[in-house]
Ligand binder design. Structure first.
Ligand code: SF4
Length: 442
């Protein structure tokens, strides 16, 4: 059998398994979220609850690690000079970080790396500064492989009031000792591990002890491909769903969850998917910075994307239409462009638009197009206006079109189908989060 036939066979087997498992889990998992792209059983950690609201920030306290996990998506190189970064922006001065947290009203700060415990002095300095400036109004969290979690350090975390520690159980080959130590001192202890298909049995076997230890949450992360782990993932012949997520990892999660529910595991379990991670990190960044990057007559969608609606005049020139002035002109062609917003540090003398964080720390915004669309035809234009500009409820849209524009559709079913297709075209641009109108799989 050729390589490609073997691959096809593996894909069919995995998809079939996924269907069976999802069917078995159907009535047992009630917390599907964000248009059914992630799920959890029982409670979610406060940090996970706030992750897509724009008020949480992840700080890479360094870029070094004591491990070399094959799935690691970040460039952790040994002997790298540690530097503190936030979404690619270096924040080497504590006062700059403090002012930035204040400016954007940040409520959750997570420290990761590499492994933040490798530069413990630096980590300690940043946590102390946050506690001193914001007391308990900012939720703090540390992600670590726990190689360097000593009793003294766990005690420090407890005393300073660290809200949560996340330990990668897979990084230390399912060694439970660091969890026991963390539980002695730290308010909330979460297992945060990737779902590695080859480690399925170890994870299943660990549930009993996890329950006994009283671990607060199990956060299982779908394996995702990135520049730095792609070669390793390919060597294992995993199946990629869409250039990033790994199907083998997703199916393994459903198997693990199935076992956990059968064994009546008490610890809450959350599955953080690659799709969700990518969307939520874009959303938080956009919600924070888009209003500073917004151009004249552009609008911002509920998930923070900059929306540009425009028509082209004879010369081909763009004329941007403010969302509030958009109205349906039946034979018109309307163009849409959506943008993500990025920031970078710039000097005070920077000429373009900038966000002043304090007297010597400035960020400049950049916009990158994420989607271009052309809308044509009365029904499409109407749906765009009613759904995304006027945010009308579905019932109202249906009756409005059936009464005033009856000739555009055959019947109510036809209209409803058009509505769903149209709505789903804007996935990731106009909405993300709890489904507002439809669930994709309904
Ligand atoms: S422990 Fe975490 S940061 Fe370190 S190599 Fe593994 S996945 Fe990467």
């Amino acid at each position: 059998m050729s390589d490609s036939d073997q691959k096809q066979r593996r894909i069919s087997t995995l998809l079939h398994k996924k269907e069976i498992l999802l069917d078995a889990l159907k009535n047992k998992v009630d917390h599907w979220q964000n248009n059914r792209i992630k799920m959890h059983v029982k409670s979610l950690s406060p940090a996970c609850r706030s992750c897509y609201r724009g008020s949480s920030i992840d700080i890479n306290i360094n870029h070094i690690c004591s491990r070399k996990c094959f799935y690691c998506p970040v460039p952790v190189l040994h002997n790298w000079k540690p530097y503190v970064a936030l979404e690619g922006v270096k924040v080497d001065k504590i006062e700059n970080l403090v002012d930035l947290l204040r400016k954007f009203n940040i409520k959750v700060v997570s420290f990761s790396g590499g492994d933040p415990l490798l530069t413990f002095d630096l980590l300690e300095k940043y946590i102390r500064a946050i506690r001193q400036e914001f007391h308990s109004s900012i939720y703090t969290m540390v992600y670590t492989n726990a190689d360097l979690l000593t009793e003294k350090r766990a005690q420090f975390f407890g005393e300073i009031g660290l809200d949560e520690i996340r330990i990668n159980l897979s990084g230390r080959n399912f060694d439970m000792m660091p969890l026991k130590l963390a539980k002695k001192y730290i308010k909330r202890v979460t297992i945060s591990s990737p779902v590695v298909p080859e480690e399925k049995e170890k994870m299943i076997d660990a549930f009993k002890e996890i329950d006994e230890l009283g671990i607060d949450h199990i956060n299982l992360i779908e394996l995702m491909a990135a520049e730095y782990n792609l070669k390793n993932l390919k060597e294992r012949k995993y199946i990629m769903k869409n250039n990033t997520a790994i199907l083998d990892s997703e199916v393994t999660f459903y198997e693990i969850l199935h076992h956990a529910l059968k064994k009546k595991t008490k610890t809450p379990i959350h599955f953080c998917t690659a799709d969700y991670k990518a969307k939520s990190s874009r959303q938080t960044r956009n919600l924070r910075y888009s209003r500073y990057a917004q151009g004249a007559n552009e609008s911002i969608t509920p998930i923070g994307k900059i929306r540009q609606i425009f028509r082209r005049i004879e010369t081909g020139r763009k004329v941007v239409i403010p969302a509030k002035k958009f109205s349906v002109n039946t034979d018109e062609q309307i163009y849409l462009q959506y943008y993500n917003t990025y920031v970078k540090e710039v000097p005070k003398t920077h000429k373009g638009k900038k966000i002043e964080i304090n007297k010597d720390f400035y960020l400049a915004t950049q916009k990158k197009p994420s989607k271009k669309m052309v809308l044509q035809g009365t029904l499409m234009l109407l749906l765009f206006q009613l759904l995304f500009i006027e945010n009308k409820p579905v019932g109202e849209i249906v009756s409005h079109i059936l009464i005033k524009y009856r000739h555009l559709v055959q019947d109510e079913k036809d209209l409803f189908e058009n509505l769903i297709t149209f709505y789903n075209q804007f996935d990731d641009e106009e909405y993300f989060g709890e489904p507002q109108l439809f669930s994709k799989q309904n």
